[in-house]
Design a protein around this ligand. Structure first.
Ligand code: HEC
Ligand code: HEC
Length: 345
């Protein structure tokens, strides 16, 4: 046989095997994960309108909702930085350190509950929390409303976002508008989404091997669904305690919400979407290296020691979860006037 036909023949033999393996990997992945949709998902009883999105965006960037007039949602969940602040734990009112790492707001609409311990059911309930949290924005419910009513420019925005409400400036409406804005903070078109939709070439060979390892080792028993996480609670340290640095004894996680001993050191399984953009890792923010976080997961959650090679492959797969980042036009906020409540630094 001529050399070229030998090559052609061996290609024929090799290609289908690779393609078959890729097909199988794809269909296994399609059983466990879903792509991020291109359009924001609808919230029950809180319809998306352009006016509500605009108001929600203004409030998201509004530092005057904080007691000091210096802290907005975007301070700790920076849209230009993967929806986080890249601090171990956030700095809030008067530079106080919060107790936990700020999770990303991107794709948070797909989580079945909000916060590391799931203490808020949905985005609207969540949004009220930080404004009145003494360590975060340190405002009060009445102050938030006085503040918004004290900035005359907001009147028209609330009226057009809530046209049926005779007195629309109130905290529930502010929360609703922020929640609707947050539904637009989704990141479709990650290489992994393209792969899930049938494009075999969207992942590199190393990422495919990493995906295989992610599924074979059992990572996907907890990190699955559209957000590759965000849909269940699990103990941190299922098999092995990850150590006091990553899991300090005083933060008992979901136990603080349910007071049930079964929930000690149980946390919401976090989303791994855009994980390459959101160091540091864990609720303590004590791991600055994604490779390390992956290795810790292997030992603490699965009782296995992943080799450096497996860790590198899984981390490469995690890189494929970075999608199109939201493109936000920074809002123009209405000015304070002489009668607007003053900052209380
Ligand atoms: C001072 C920093 C800070 C500010 C300001 C802040 N957050 Fe957060 N946010 C956090 C931290 C820390 C957590 C996690 C707290 C926990 O789980 O106990 C969190 C959690 C969240 C979550 C839950 C995400 C998830 O996956 O569980 C959402 C959504 C969110 N914040 C949105 C907002 C919005 C909207 C605002 C403005 C109204 C805001 N945050 C203001 C620090 C902040
Ligand atoms: C038994 C459930 C479970 C399994 C299995 C599991 N995880 Fe996790 N994962 C969690 C929980 C819970 C956390 C949150 C830990 C904490 O409290 O900080 C987490 C956190 C993470 C984080 C940090 C995310 C962040 O935003 O800080 C990464 C990365 C991660 N897991 C990757 C993996 C990988 C890779 C595997 C497989 C080797 C894996 N996980 C296996 C439950 C699990």
């Amino acid at each position: 046989m001529r050399k070229s036909s030998i090559i052609a023949l061996s290609c024929l033999l090799v290609m289908p095997v690779n393609m078959l393996a890729a097909q199988e990997l794809m269909s296994d992945a399609q059983d466990l994960f879903e792509p991020i949709p291109a359009e924001p998902p609808a919230l029950e009883g809180n319809a998306l309108t352009p006016e509500k999105v605009e108001l929600g965006k203004m409030l998201y960037f509004e530092p005057r909702l904080s007691e000091s007039h210096t802290i907005s949602c975007n301070t700790c969940h920076q849209i230009g930085m993967g929806g986080v602040d890249m601090l171990e734990t956030s700095r809030g009112h008067r530079w106080q350190a919060g107790g936990r790492n700020a999770p990303t707001v991107l794709n948070s609409v797909f989580n079945t509950a909000q916060f590391w311990d799931g203490r808020a059911a949905d985005l609207a309930e969540q949004a009220g929390g930080p404004m009145v949290n003494p360590v975060e924005m340190a405002s009060t419910t009445t102050h938030v409303v006085e503040q918004l009513k004290g900035i005359p420019g907001y009147d028209a925005y609330f009226k057009s976002a809530f046209p049926d409400d005779p007195d629309p400036i109130n905290l529930p409406n502010a929360e609703k508008a922020i929640a609707v804005f947050e539904t637009t903070l989704i990141t479709p078109n990650a290489p992994f989404d393209k792969f899930l939709k049938g494009d075999e070439t969207a992942l590199t060979d190393m990422q495919k091997e990493g995906l295989q390892a992610f599924m074979d080792n059992g990572c996907a028993t907890c990190h699955n669904g559209v957000n590759v996480g965000g849909n269940m609670y699990q103990p941190f340290g299922v098999v092995e305690n990850p150590g006091a640095e990553f899991l300090p004894p005083d933060d008992k996680g979901r136990f603080q919400v349910t007071a049930s001993v079964d929930d000690e050191y149980v946390f919401k399984v976090p989303t791994l979407r855009n994980i390459a953009l959101t160091p540091p890792y864990f609720h303590t923010g004590k791991s600055w290296d994604l490779h390390q976080a992956v290795a810790v997961m292997g030992s603490s959650q699965l009782g296995i020691t992943l080799s450096d090679d497996e860790v590198a492959k899984i981390t490469a797969f995690l890189d494929s979860l970075t999608g199109d980042q939201p493109q936000i036009v920074y809002p123009t906020l209405p000015p304070s006037v002489a009668t607007t409540p003053r900052p209380m630094p």
